[in-house]
Structures are given as structure tokens and as C-alpha cells.
Ligand binder design. Structure first.
Ligand SMILES: [Zn+2]
Length: 293
């Protein structure tokens, strides 16, 4: 059975990206899993602090482990945007495959100090867990917004090298024009996120040369122009996150399901439009991340 490290190593060597999709209930989980299986591609499921509080931290870990074993399939679980040492330790003890320790809203100095501490604590619990850290700032909410969050800060190769060297993380999440959440103009299709592909390449080259760290994550993928996903993977992104688009598809699907069946009360008969909507997005995104036609 492949580990998450095997999967990331393989993706990195082929210049493609592993898809990471956030869930907070079964409709989205089933949709993402069906999409990945239809393409025979590995799947990384993410749960933020809020999402895992809703599902249950240990429950989430048990569900993904159970699916991995039952289907003999490379599906893994990430503790997305973990802001405290306490929550990182909780996820490590629960058996998560990856933990993102995110103190990127703090000055670089403090971010490095706290991330280093988290890396030591997680490794002491289970050295196999993949640990990701973040630099720069890309906003914090996976929501539909009127305007971009203030304080967006792009990452430099110098900061990336320093962060990776001093913290010892396995995966770096830099800010390269990506942003959490969606703007209303993006939902309407009149605007897209501008990913700085050259910056991805420069950061990747610098960290690989200086630290041997090879893996990078593109957060906030929702609302990105299709071709930029493929280019971002080719330039060095190993994992790409999509969340807000799935939340939007979930909501629209639930509304459609309720409208289609106004007297129905069985959730699994109401939810299929949500599952179909999410499955379509995950399938489309996975194709782009892997350069498939
Ligand atoms: Zn993120």
C-alpha cells in the first residue's frame, strides 16, 4: 500500500499535482472519492479546524483509514490550516496523514519559531506524518466575498529557503497570487485568480537547491483559470487545494435537491444533485492537475 509520501514523491517526479479537497460531510466525501476513482488518481481529503470539529477529529481519521483499507486505495487525510500546537498534537494522535501548521498570519520570525516547535511535537508522535508550513498571506476564509482580503503578501525565494531550512517542514505553502475563498466576480465567471507561475518556479528551484525540500502546495485554488492549474503543477506545485468551489456546489446542489423533491425527507434522496455537482468539479480539477485531456 502506497503512503502519502510515496504519492507525493511520485507526483513531484512527474510534475503533476495531487488534488486536495475539503469536506465536512459525506456527500462531498463520496463525490470526491468517486471522482478520484473514476480517474484512478490518489486523493487527499482536507478538514480544517472547523470541519473536523463538526465531523470529529478521530472520526475523520477513522473514516479515511477505513476507506483506504476497504478499497485498497490511496486516499489520505490532511489536518488543513491547524493554527495551534494543541490542535496539531490532537490531529497527530488521531492518525492524520498530513498536518498543515499555519501561523502564516504572524511575522516570519514568529511563524518559524512556532512551526519548528510544531514539527518537533508532531515528529515525536509519528515521524511518518507529512508536515506542511506556510509563508506569505493569502487570507483565511473559504467563502464568497465582495473584495479580496487585506494584507495579502507574496512569498520570496529567500523567505522560502529560510523557512524550510529552519523549520524542517516536508511541504511548503507559499503565497504566489493564490487566495483563499472566492470573489463574487469569480463566481459570476468575470474574474480569475492570477497565479504567478514564474514565482512558483523560482521558489521551487531555491528550496530544492538549498534544503532538498521538494514539495509545495497551492492553496486557494478555487476560481483559478484552468490552464494555470496545469502550469502551476508543472512549475513545482505538488498538492493543489480546492474548497470554496465545492462548498458552492454543495449549496447549489442541496437547493436543487430540495426544489426537485419538495416533499422528500430522506437526505440521501435529496443530496444527489450536490454529489453530482461536487463530483464534476473534482473530476475536472483532477484532470487539470494531472495534465489529462
Ligand atoms: Zn488553504
Amino acid at each position: 500500500m502506497k503512503t502519502l509520501r510515496d504519492v507525493l514523491h511520485d507526483a513531484d517526479s512527474r510534475h503533476v499535482a495531487v488534488g486536495h479537497f475539503n469536506i465536512s460531510e459525506f456527500a462531498a466525501l463520496n463525490a470526491a472519492f468517486a471522482a478520484a476513482r473514476s480517474l484512478d488518481l490518489p486523493l487527499l481529503i482536507g478538514v480544517s479546524e472547523g470541519e473536523r470539529a463538526f465531523i470529529g477529529v478521530r472520526t475523520a481519521a477513522a473514516i479515511i483509514k477505513s476507506m483506504r483499507e476497504e478499497y485498497d486505495y490511496p486516499i489520505f487525510l490532511n489536518a488543513d490550516h491547524t493554527h495551534s500546537l494543541e490542535k496539531a498534537v490532537e490531529a497527530a494522535k488521531a492518525g492524520f496523514d498530513e498536518i498543515i501548521f499555519d501561523n502564516s498570519s504572524l511575522p516570519l520570525e514568529e511563524n518559524i519559531k512556532n512551526t519548528k516547535e510544531a514539527v518537533a511535537a508532531i515528529r515525536a508522535i509519528d515521524p511518518h506524518i507529512v508536515i506542511e508550513g506556510e509563508i506569505g498571506y493569502i487570507g483565511m476564509n473559504s467563502e464568497v466575498m465582495d473584495a479580496a482580503p487585506t494584507g495579502i503578501a507574496l512569498s520570496t525565494p529567500e523567505d522560502a529557503v529560510r523557512f524550510c531550512t529552519e523549520t524542517g517542514v516536508d511541504v511548503l505553502a507559499p503565497a504566489v497570487g493564490n487566495m483563499h475563498g472566492l470573489l463574487k466576480t469569480m463566481v459570476a465567471g468575470t474574474a480569475h485568480k492570477e497565479i504567478d507561475i514564474a514565482r512558483i518556479g523560482a521558489i521551487k528551484e531555491a528550496i530544492v537547491a538549498q534544503t532538498g525540500t521538494a514539495w509545495m502546495t497551492l492553496h486557494g485554488g478555487s476560481g483559478t483559470e484552468d490552464k494555470l492549474f496545469t502550469e502551476a503543477a508543472r512549475a513545482g506545485m505538488t498538492i493543489i487545494h480546492v474548497s470554496s468551489e465545492l462548498r458552492l456546489a454543495w449549496r447549489r446542489g442541496v437547493e436543487q435537491g430540495l426544489k426537485d423533491k419538495p416533499d422528500e425527507i430522506a437526505p440521501y434522496k435529496i443530496l444527489p444533485p450536490a454529489v453530482e455537482g461536487i463530483q464534476k468539479i473534482v473530476t475536472d480539477r483532477l484532470r487539470l492537475f494531472n495534465g489529462l485531456q
